[in-house]
Design a protein around this ligand. Structure first.
Ligand SMILES: [Mn+2]
Length: 140
């Protein structure tokens, strides 16, 4: 199991490769707001643990294990953003809140949150009821 910090790196590397076709150390450093030397160190660890292959001049390639986990981590992040948005959390809080909680929930909790998101998606009236409660609570 990757640690929370490893998860952050795998998630960002997956996103970069998905969006741009490659992940450079400098891009990963920017995305995670860390020093490039920290990225190099972590990339070596991820290579050792078989999440990716790091070749100095070719760059990074996720292994099938790294790719599979990266995909799940991005799914988890997006689901949690969707969930917080659904329950009415302000846009400006969503990204930071997801970064704060995503590593600390079991996959059981993630899947149950997925059920709840689905319930709301399939029943517009539920979302309207929730918004009514929130309007009332905001007034009180
Ligand atoms: Mn994330």
């Amino acid at each position: 199991m990757p640690t929370p910090s490893m998860e952050d790196y795998i998630e960002q590397i997956y996103l970069l490769i998905d969006n741009k076709g490659y992940a450079r150390v400098s891009d990963i450093a920017d995305a995670l707001s860390v020093h490039p030397s920290s990225v190099t160190k972590m990339v070596q660890k991820l290579d050792k643990d078989d999440y990716l292959v790091y070749e100095k001049y070719r760059g990074l390639v996720l292994t099938s294990k790294g790719n599979k986990i990266g995909k799940r981590l991005v799914f988890r992040h997006e689901l949690l953003e969707q969930f917080l948005n659904l329950i009415g959390v302000k846009e400006e809080n969503i990204y930071e809140d997801v970064e704060g909680i995503e590593h600390h929930l079991s996959w059981d909790s993630i899947d149950r949150i997925g059920d709840l998101v689905q319930l709301f998606e399939e029943n517009d009236d539920l979302l309207k009821s929730l918004r009514d409660i929130q309007t009332k609570n905001a007034d009180g």
